[in-house]
Design a protein around this ligand. Structure first.
Ligand code: KMH
Ligand code: ZN
Length: 303
């Protein structure tokens, strides 16, 4: 089979706030509608967070996930990937409740504790619709995105071993690859390993081609042919870095979790528009996209 590119679409996340775009999906129906449209546009994997339907504040509640997961699953066949990164104000225990309960084919697993600079995306705005938004911006200077070795072990055991969930290993810096290798050496992680290189989050590695090349070189050294990679570029770096990933043999991640825009100054009307845009790029490179079943085979998912 010739190489195929897996498109992941991250539908809403927990970084952007409702005032930043009227198109950011908030309610369970909005999340389901946009997820289904993104899958119909070509996304094989849907990376999902939940939000409080009234306020848009990131929610860890399995009951909220339950309001959109069944709709998505009955409408399309995409791989469901539930975030264990949750939101910056949640405890790790809270962050994994939904994935523990839903036992999805895939969940995210963040490979290190770090600062996570939300404020570059949020700063300079004043048209807030909700009281929590300016507070979130202020508080974000002190957020710690906690992903200790113990947290990683817990997630591997509670979701991986117990439920057969496999992971999107989110690596925001080179050191995270060495942490991943440590768990592989201990036999707690087995291939095929799916790494999401995350570039452009303040606190992690910067979004430039040299850095992506170095991440890939390091992963090649550590994991050989036991891994596949995808790339997530934050904000305006989304499409250029996804394009670079595709040309380097990798997969791509798009979606409003990572970037609210379609091009400079133009908000994306929905997630599907970003999926269509990266599809055009892939088509221009004569690269085919993977179906959900092809992604399952490539990544060894339980199906
Ligand atoms: N928002 C992304 C930069 C997670 O959900 O586990 C990181 C993310 C984390 O997707
Ligand atoms: Zn996420």
């Amino acid at each position: 089979m010739s190489r195929k590119v897996i498109i992941t679409c991250a539908i809403t996340g927990s970084v952007h706030t409702p005032s930043m775009s009227p198109h950011l999906p908030i309610t369970p129906d909005q999340i389901a509608d946009q997820a289904i449209a993104a899958a119909n546009a070509g996304a094989a994997i849907l990376h999902l967070h939940a939000r409080d339907p009234e306020t848009g504040f990131p929610s860890p509640e399995p009951a909220v996930f339950d309001q959109f997961l069944p709709r998505i699953k009955s409408a399309i066949d995409a791989v469901i990937n539930i975030s264990t990164g949750g939101g910056m104000t949640m405890t790790v225990k809270d962050r994994i409740r939904a994935a523990k309960q839903a036992a999805p084919e895939m969940a995210s697993l963040n490979m290190g504790t770090m600062n996570f600079g939300l404020f570059p995306a949020l700063a300079g705005r004043s048209n807030w619709q909700h009281d929590w938004e300016p507070k979130f911006l202020e508080d974000s200077r002190d957020f710690v995105f906690k992903n200790t070795f113990a947290d990683i072990e817990t997630i591997l055991a509670d979701l991986g071993d117990a439920n057969g969930t496999r992971f999107e290993f989110e690596c925001y810096d080179v050191g995270h690859l060495y942490t991943l290798a440590h768990f592989v050496d201990r036999g707690l992680i087995k291939g095929p390993i799916f790494i999401q290189f995350v570039l452009g989050v303040l606190g992690g590695i910067g979004a430039d081609p040299d850095n992506l090349a170095h991440l890939k070189r390091t992963a090649d050294k550590l994991f050989g042919d036991q891994y596949q990679f995808s790339v997530l570029g934050a904000g305006r770096h989304q499409m250029p870095l996804a394009t670079m990933s595709a040309t380097m043999g990798g997969h791509v991640r798009v979606g409003l979790e990572d970037n609210l825009y379609l091009r400079k100054g133009e908000l994306a009307p929905d997630n599907a528009s970003q999926v269509r845009k990266i599809r055009e790029v892939l088509d221009g490179l004569s690269l085919e996209i993977a179906t959900p079943d092809e992604a399952r085979t490539m990544l060894g998912l339980k199906g």
